[in-house]
Every structure is written in C-alpha cells, then in structure tokens.
Design a protein around this ligand. Sequence first.
Ligand code: UFG
Length: 332
Amino acid sequence: MSKILVLGGAGYIGSHTVYELLDEGFEVVVADNLETGHRQAVHPGAALCVGDIRDKAFLDGLFRRERVDAVIHFAAYSLVGESMADPLKYYANNVGGTQVLLSSMVANGVDKLVFSSTAAAYGEPKRIPIEEGDPAEPTNTYGATKLAVEQMFKWTALAHGLRYVALRYFNACGAHPSGHIGEDHSPETHLIPIVLQTANGTRPEIEIFGTDYPTKDGSCVRDYVHVCDLAQAHVKAVRYLFAGGENSVFNLGNGVGFTVREVIRAAEEVVGHKIPAVYAGRRRGDPAALVASGSRAKTVLGWEPHYESIHTILETAWRWHRARPNGFDEDR
Ligand code: UFG
C-alpha cells in the first residue's frame, strides 16, 4: 500500500483529499500547523503530525520516520486580500515554506509531489475558457506566490529529478456528502459560504461586489468546482506520477461559468427562501470572468468530475452550513 504525506491536510481541500485517499486504499499521514486548519477535519484514519513546513527539522524527521511514497502539498496562506496587504507573509510561507519542503524531499530521496495551485496564477485572462498554456500574469500576491512555486519545481526537477503535478483550481466549493467536513475559514471571504451563512441567519445579507462588469448580468463570472472532485483529481495526479507521468500543470474547473447573481438565485432555490442581497462596489483585483478549460485533466489524468450542477454543489454545501452554522467550532 502506498503511503502519502498530505501537508495542510486539516484545511478545506486537504481534508477532503485525505478522505478520498483513504477511500481509495492509501495510507495517509497529515502534517498541519493548525494555524488555519482544523484538527476535527482530519479523518480519524489518518495520522496527524502538528508542525510547520518552514521547520526543516520537523520535515526531515517526518520523512525519515514515515518513509512516504509521495507528497500532496496544500499548506499555504490563501486569502487574496490579505496577500495584497502583507505580501511578505505570503512569500515567506507559500514560497519559503515550499523551498524548505523541497530541500527536505531532495535530502530524503522523496521525488513525487502534487501541488495545490490556483487560477489566480493567470491574472486577467486573455480568453475564456483558459487553457494551461495561456499567459500566467498574476494580478495578486497570492497568485504570484503559487506561480513562483510552480517555477521552483521546474528548476528543482532539472537539478534533482523532482517529479510534480501542479493543479490550478478555479473556485473550490461544496462539502463532503458525509456531512463530516466542509468549508470553515476565519475570516470567511468566499461567495458560497457567505451566501449560505446569510441563508442560515449567521449574516444579515450578502454584498454583490460589482454590478457593472461586462458579463450577462453585470456581476462576476466564476467556474465553481466541487471540493470532492478536486480531491479526486489529486488522487489521479498521484497515480499519474506513480505510473511515470511527465511533470505537468492542469486546470481543474467544470468549464461552465456562473455569475454572482446566478449563484445567489440557485442558492435560493436550494434553501427554499429569499436570501437578502445588496449591491456593493467592485472588490479590488477581481477579474470579470474566470472559466477553465478542464479538458486536459480529463484526457491526461482521467479526471471525472461528478458534481457538474451548481444546484448539487450548493446542496452539499447547504447540508454542511445548516448542520454546522459555526463550522468545526461548535462553541464559536
Ligand atoms: N463575491 C461577492 N460577495 C462576497 C464574496 C464574493 O460578490 O461577499 C464575488 C467576488 O467578487 C467574485 C465571486 O463572488 O466575483 C467569487 O468570489 P470568491 O471570493 O468566492 O472567489 P474568488 O474568485 O475571488 O477567488 C477564488 C479562490 C482564490 C483564488 C481565485 C482565483 O478563492 O483562492 O479564485 O482567481 F485565488
């Protein structure tokens, strides 16, 4: 049985990937510093080691002890707004932490890595849908740090034989069908949790950021992809590396865009009542539309997303937000 180390496995996408890996029979070790992750999000079938990727001694100890076959790396800061206010925090963790990780992997003879990258690497797209070979010119620090890491992989592969897959996600959303895990960020900035927190009464209203974009109803268009489909893609990427696949970058999106207003309307249908919304100005740095071409991941990795309907995606998220209005922390 192959053993996978999941860095950031207590976070949103990481925790769902751990569930998927265990379902598919992998042995899993999670490392997380629990700064933004949740201990309760870690599947009881995975061992949790609390530590930071910037701590080389911690990583060296982990690699020596656990003898893992591959690493999936989610450990990063991921708030676009914060990345603009405090860019060096993002470089130190996202880029600096990954540099420490790569040195430890090289020193310990671990050569396979699947990386959590982002559509933010593209910046303002030149065309829709976006393909992997399109220009990558980030418009925020978060995207810039993820792109810098992808470039670090390229040179580490040349020098030390690193084998990697970088997965550029579009808008991750939804929750595990078991209802045990879901999205819980603090502060929450993402559209779908905010819409559903408004629906369950945790918030008074949702603000629609921008109604004058050149889109069909003036609000921004995004490609919403279910977190379990993202999780499945990571497992496919690990198998691809085990099978000798080449170093590569893949988009993960459904290839269909929804406006902010369409998401709110679909959420109203799912929850069965109106959700109070108000118009607000544009949020700095938001591109008008981001939609992936996900066809490469399907052809090369054999990725088969199961949640292509926005209603089904919202239903899984609603089950989570309704059952756990305070997320993992029942007392909050
Ligand atoms: N939005 C609102 N009101 C809100 C929150 C969001 O109108 O209260 C809008 C945003 O302006 C945007 C859309 O809803 O048009 C989606 O916003 P999110 O914050 O949910 O997601 P983003 O598209 O900004 O960001 C996502 C990921 C980032 C990643 C980015 C890639 O969360 O990690 O896609 O561009 F960097």
